[in-house]
Design a protein around this ligand. Structure first.
Ligand code: 13P
Length: 253
């Protein structure tokens, strides 16, 4: 089953206007220079940079995404951003259920699922994040936690076109620690299995499952050549165009 790899940058809460534009221009230039890359590219800047980054990416095959959205189309939700607003700005993706949002904003699986339904309705693709904490891994519960997060966070009518899963072990995010390739493959396989139960075998076979957590140019090849790893969700290393592009090149994009 050919799944096109997705190389996605999550810029998190980083970048003022000038830096963001610069980074986006450098990413765009690098992707253009690759000619016909085998991978799909995505950058997810903070809300404040979406419009400027969209302009800076003009002409490059790099999709634009946001890092969160509300589950309502509009209304009295001070400080929130709706999926339609993101679509209106030119986003095609939104990251949902990142562990930082689950931890900092109390987002539950049910909230993530409601947001995903709303995002799909607005025509956005979702990158739904799952992953265990260190405590859960040490208790031998990584697979169980990820299975439950998939069951609770992924809408029942999700398709391989509108949904991407990102497995991000919480303890690997921003720490330089990376699970063994066996551990990554074990979780990705289990995730594909539970997706098959939930969405059917054909959809599960086509759906992309990204790995995220301390992905760098030096470990990209090893991680992204695993059979069930269909790309990467990159935090820190996506803030340097050179590293972001090197991850793609090392993954044979
Ligand atoms: P790092 O690549 O900085 O570990 O972050 C991963 C992440 O959380 C991407 O969403």
């Amino acid at each position: 089953m050919a799944r096109k790899k997705l190389i996605a940058g999550n810029w998190k809460m980083n970048g003022l206007l000038a830096d963001g534009i610069d980074l986006a221009k450098n990413v765009a230039g690098g992707v253009k220079a690759m000619g016909k890359p085998q991978c799909e590219f995505l950058v997810c800047p903070p809300f404040t940079l979406l419009t400027s980054v969209k302009k800076a990416l003009r002409g490059a095959k790099v999709a634009l995404g946001a890092q969160d959205c509300h589950m309502a189309e509009k209304g009295a939700h001070t400080g929130d951003i709706s999926p339609l607003m993101l679509k209106d700005l030119g986003c095609s993706y939104v990251i949902l259920g990142h562990s930082e949002r689950r931890a900092d904003h109390g987002e539950t699986d049910a909230i993530v699922a409601d947001k995903a339904v709303a995002a799909h309705k607005a025509g956005l693709k979702t990158v739904i994040c799952i992953g265990e904490t260190l405590e859960q891994r040490e208790a031998g519960k990584a697979v169980e936690i990820c299975r439950n997060q998939i069951l609770g966070s992924v809408p029942a009518d999700s398709t391989a076109v509108d949904t991407v899963i990102a497995y991000e072990p919480v303890w690997a995010i921003g720490t330089g620690k990376v699970p063994t390739t066996q551990d990554v493959e074990e979780v990705h396989l289990a995730v594909r299995k539970v997706l098959a139960q939930k969405l059917g075998k054909s959809t599960a076979g086509k759906m992309r499952i990204l790995y995220g957590g301390s992905v760098k140019p030096s470990n990209a090849k090893e991680l992204l050549s695993l059979p069930d790893v269909d790309g990467a969700l990159i935090g820190g290393a996506s803030l340097k165009a050179e590293d972001f592009l090197a991850i793609a090149k090392n993954s044979e994009c």
